[in-house]
Design a protein around this ligand. Structure first.
Ligand SMILES: [Zn+2]
Length: 199
C-alpha cells in the first residue's frame, strides 16, 4: 500500500525535482499545499504556468525576460561600454542590488566543466562575440562564480576576448572561494566589483 494518496505522491515527486528539495521538505510542502485555501494553492500553479509561458531568454544577453530585449539591453540609462558576464540570470540580481553597476549583462547559461561535459559550445559565448563586434564595448567584466568551473570559464573568456582589443577584468574574490555569487550579500558583491582586476 502506498504511503500517500496517489495525487499527493505525484506532487511530492514533482517537488523533489526542485533544487535543494529533499523527500522531507517535499512532503512538508505537499501537505502544506493540501491544507491551505484551494485558491492559494492554485495561485502557485498559475504563477508557474504564467512565468513559463511569458518568460524566455533575452535574444541579446540571455537574461530571463518577458519583454524583447530585456530591461537591461533595452534600458535607456544603461552604460553600453561595459558588459558584465555572469553564469546565470539570477546572478544579475546580486549585482543590481549593489546599485553601483549601470552597464549591460551577458548570461552564459552555466560554466565550463570538462568533467560535466560542458564545453564552450554549450555556453552562450557566440552571441557575446557578436555583441563585441560593434566596437562600442570597452570592458568585459567576468563575474562567473569563484569555483573551479567559474575560474576556468574566466580564463577561457579572457584568452578569447583580449585579442579583440577589449579590456577584460575579473571580479575580486571578496566572494568566498567555492561559493556562489547568488548568495553573496550586497557589500561583498560591491567589493568584488570594485576590486576587479585586469585579466
Ligand atoms: Zn538582454
Amino acid at each position: 500500500m502506498p504511503d500517500f494518496a496517489a495525487p499527493v505522491s505525484r506532487l511530492i515527486d514533482e517537488l523533489k525535482r526542485l533544487p535543494g528539495i529533499g523527500q522531507k521538505t517535499a512532503q512538508r510542502l505537499a501537505f502544506h499545499l493540501m491544507r491551505v485555501d484551494g485558491e492559494e494553492a492554485l495561485a502557485l500553479a498559475e504563477a508557474i504556468r504564467g512565468a513559463r509561458e511569458s518568460v524566455h531568454a533575452c535574444p541579446v544577453c540571455g537574461n530571463l525576460t518577458d519583454v524583447d530585449p530585456c530591461l537591461y539591453c533595452g534600458g535607456p540609462g544603461r552604460n553600453r561600454k561595459t558588459i558584465c558576464v555572469v553564469e546565470e540570470a539570477t546572478n544579475i540580481l546580486s549585482i543590481e542590488k549593489t546599485r553601483q553597476y549601470g552597464g549591460l549583462y551577458h548570461v552564459l547559461g552555466g560554466a565550463l566543466s570538462p568533467l560535466g561535459g560542458i564545453g564552450p559550445e554549450k555556453l552562450n559565448i557566440k552571441s557575446l562575440l557578436e555583441r563585441l563586434k560593434s566596437g562600442i564595448v570597452e570592458e568585459v567584466i567576468i563575474a562567473t562564480n569563484p569555483t573551479v568551473e567559474g575560474e576556468a570559464t574566466a580564463m577561457y573568456l579572457s584568452k578569447l576576448l583580449k585579442p579583440l582589443g577589449v579590456r577584460v577584468t575579473r571580479i575580486a574574490t571578496g566572494v568566498p572561494v567555492g561559493s556562489e555569487l547568488e548568495y553573496a550579500d550586497e557589500v561583498t558583491m560591491l567589493k568584488a566589483m570594485e576590486g576587479r582586476r585586469e585579466l
